[in-house]
Design a binder for this molecule. Structure first.
Ligand SMILES: NC(=O)c1ccc[n+]([C@@H]2O[C@H](COP(=O)([O-])OP(=O)(O)OC[C@H]3O[C@@H](n4cnc5c(N)ncnc54)[C@H](O)[C@@H]3O)[C@@H](O)[C@H]2O)c1
Length: 274
């Protein structure tokens, strides 16, 4: 069970408290981050913990989630983190995850970042039904399941307020060779998020999508160097992004600094496709 100190901080005197000083904008806030074991998700966990949040690090790979856990800051009283394993593409797994988080922290997350994602690249003419389904299951259905589960958990408390941040991709807007499944999943994430924003605004739950361009992570390690070089040449800012470039925007969207922003998509691309 969570300490009494954390419990009272999380409930925060009856309503969601987003903003404190610049270094503790997420004090008293529990954040759930999927895909937290690697790349962008790991950087988001680290950044949110530096903002004072308690973080539930979620990944299908528990070892990598535990590795992330070891890197998190906990400088504030009551600030605690925990790692959980879940497959976001499975409703039962997401349901069990939410029960474990509520049992561990005695409160639901008020911030959720869906960063779990996969690629199965193949040209359209050769793309298998199985590769299409698996990418849609993790990237789109997984984002739906987490968005729905977190919103339901917040509403069950009777106290409104929260911020849901879904990681899409610039590829969902412009398409990309060999990524019909991935681009479709990421376009879907934007439509899902905009709809959630409309439905949940009355509960003070904001929903936004972040659209990374090309970011140096284990996911892009799989891309041939000559392709990465080609894309780097197309980026006006002249470099691939770093996971921290995305995490900083997630911290803004998680915080009360973005209190009047919902249903939007923020491109974080270094100017790619301007
Ligand atoms: N790296 C990029 O250039 C880039 C660009 C645009 C969008 N994105 C998106 O950003 C997000 C993070 O990408 P990344 O580059 O950090 O990738 P990554 O491969 O480094 O990390 C993805 C994480 O998701 C986890 N994961 C995969 N399937 C899961 C499942 N079913 N349930 C729970 N966890 C699961 C993996 O174990 C991994 O830890 C993804 O949604 C990706 O599509 C990345």
């Amino acid at each position: 069970m969570v300490s009494a100190g954390l419990s009272s901080l999380l409930y925060g005197g009856g309503h969601w408290q987003g903003i404190m000083a610049a270094s503790s904008r997420l004090k008293s806030t529990l954040a759930l981050v999927t895909g937290g074991g690697s790349g962008i998700g790991r950087a988001v966990c680290q950044r949110l913990s530096r903002e004072g949040a308690s973080v539930a690090v979620v990944d299908v790979n528990i070892n990598s989630a535990n590795d992330t856990l070891q890197t998190l800051s906990s400088n504030l009283p009551g600030q605690e983190h925990a790692a959980f394993t879940a497959d976001v593409s499975q409703g039962d797994s997401v349901g069990a995850l939410m029960e474990q988080i509520q049992s561990r922290f005695s409160a639901p997350p008020r911030v959720a970042v869906s960063s779990a994602g996969i690629t199965r690249d193949e040209f359209l003419l050769h793309l298998s039904e199985e590769a299409f389904d698996s990418v849609l299951s993790v990237n789109l259905k997984g984002t739906f399941l987490i968005t729905q589960a977190v919103a339901r958990a917040i509403l069950a408390t009777g106290q409104n307020g929260g911020s849901i941040i879904n990681i899409g991709s610039i590829v969902g807007k412009v398409g990309n060779l060999g990524q019909a499944n991935y681009a479709a999943s990421k376009a879907g994430v934007e439509g899902l998020t905009r709809t959630a924003a409309k439905e949940l605004a009355k509960f003070d739950i904001r929903c936004n999508t972040v659209l990374p361009g090309f970011i140096a992570t284990p996911m892009t390690d799989k891309v041939p160097q000559k392709v990465l070089d080609k894309f780097a040449g197309l980026i006006p800012m002249g470099r691939l992004g770093q996971p921290e470039d995305i995490a900083d925007v997630c911290a803004f969207l998680a915080s009360n600094d973005s209190r009047y922003i919902t249903g939007t998509s923020i491109e974080v691309t270094g100017g790619l496709y301007l």
